[in-house]
Design a protein around this ligand. Sequence first.
Ligand SMILES: Cc1cc2nc3c(=O)[nH]c(=O)nc-3n(C[C@H](O)[C@H](O)[C@H](O)COP(=O)(O)OP(=O)(O)OC[C@H]3O[C@@H](n4cnc5c(N)ncnc54)[C@H](O)[C@@H]3O)c2cc1C
Length: 456
Amino acid sequence: MSKEIIIIGGGISGLSALHFLKKKYPAYNIALYEAGPRLGGVIGSDMINGYLCEWGPSGLRDRDCIASKLCEELGIENDIQPAGSDADKRYILRRGKLRRVAMSPLGLLAPGVVSLPGKLRGLLEPFAASSGKDDESVYDFARRRFGAEIADYLVQPLVTGIFAGDARDLSVRSAFPALYEMERNSGSIFRGALAKLKAKRRQSKTTASRPAKKNKPGITSLNGGIYAIIKALQAKHQTHVHTNARAARITKTAGKYLISFSDNSTAETEQVIVATPAYHAATILRKLSNDLADTLSRIQYAPIAVACLGFAKDAIKADIRGFGYLVPLNEKAKHLGAIWASSVFPDQAPGDKALFRVLLGGAGNEDVLDCSDDDLLKLAETELGAVLKIKGGPELARLYRWNRAVPQYRLGHYRLLQEIDAELARFPGLHLAGNAYTGVGVVDCIKRASAIVSNI
Ligand SMILES: Cc1cc2nc3c(=O)[nH]c(=O)nc-3n(C[C@H](O)[C@H](O)[C@H](O)COP(=O)(O)OP(=O)(O)OC[C@H]3O[C@@H](n4cnc5c(N)ncnc54)[C@H](O)[C@@H]3O)c2cc1C
């Protein structure tokens, strides 16, 4: 069977690539092959007794309105749910107590997580010297610029929250490119942030006469959960999607890519987008290029289990108006933090109930996932219960586990990407989408898919 373009993998990366391709080339013969019986990859949303349990992502940070534009094109823009007004109240657990995190550089001065000497050290950031290195761990970068306390109690938990990773292993250049660029361009994060703010103000003055954007950037979800985007993509492009179709390998014959599936069927094409996790891409591409497969295999993943726990509100003593909290490594807790899901999106639980997503595992805590589902749910319940002073057990408990959840952009990740690009240059028409390369969020995946399609 010959296709003009083939996509392998039916997560948000593959599906959004399919959508952008159909928009660009409506008449083309395009097919997406997904190994499993369902689409969405790590995205899934279950409604159970009025609680909305997300399997994976629960909120989109849609800074450039990329996800909202996709939703508009899918006709589901009215389903977008912005986070409630308390979502910018975020907490860190320190010495067993929740402490509010300042959301701006100047907010550092407010009472909260960091001690007075820690704050004063943080305020010296504009005077910190550059490392002169082409890459540095997120932790070393933060300690050099803001001091050890901010690195330990603000930056490390932030890294846990986004990557389920250890700031000492991850690359600032790849994991937080905006911070890396600010240091390079402005010599300081404070100065860089200020310059960005000024530029934004100038821009909003020059565009003052234009109507305001409909969807403000911020954390968003959708009615029915994040899976609503997958459902809409599936409904729009159903005829191009094949499930239960696992690509086993790609080879090249007579200038075309030949995709062989595990049921021994084949398909050929001149353009193929591999939108699977890097370790699957490595297996699929091994026959085509051993070097590319070896490089892809070096991208490690951290495991996560998400425990969704629902309680009656009157069983909870703590004030849960906010986004949730993260746990610094020094706290020696087993869970990584908790999102107060129904405080962020009130429709995600019945009015008199509260829903929490407790995160367990992460890089360096891989053995936590060796526990049974019951033990993990109990662990989540015990640790969350102690922090929020909850009386009694949950009335809803659901566990979602991901043994290889989030790719880790480790020190030198940018060199690994250069190696991948050099190898891809030998194979025109072969593209790699997914979260393993230039951003782990859902919006990053959509953005990468869109960039790949612009280049096809
Ligand atoms: C627990 C968790 C919480 C998260 N929270 C957030 C959040 O709040 N906000 C956010 O923005 N992001 C979040 N993320 C990250 C985000 O969800 C992912 O980065 C994104 O959904 C990845 O999409 P993808 O399509 O690249 O990969 P995947 O979702 O992994 O999809 C890849 C697909 O490829 C298929 N596949 C694999 N091998 C083959 C093969 N050989 N042939 C055919 N198909 C194959 C798989 O079956 C799968 O369906 C979270 C992730 C996890 C795990």
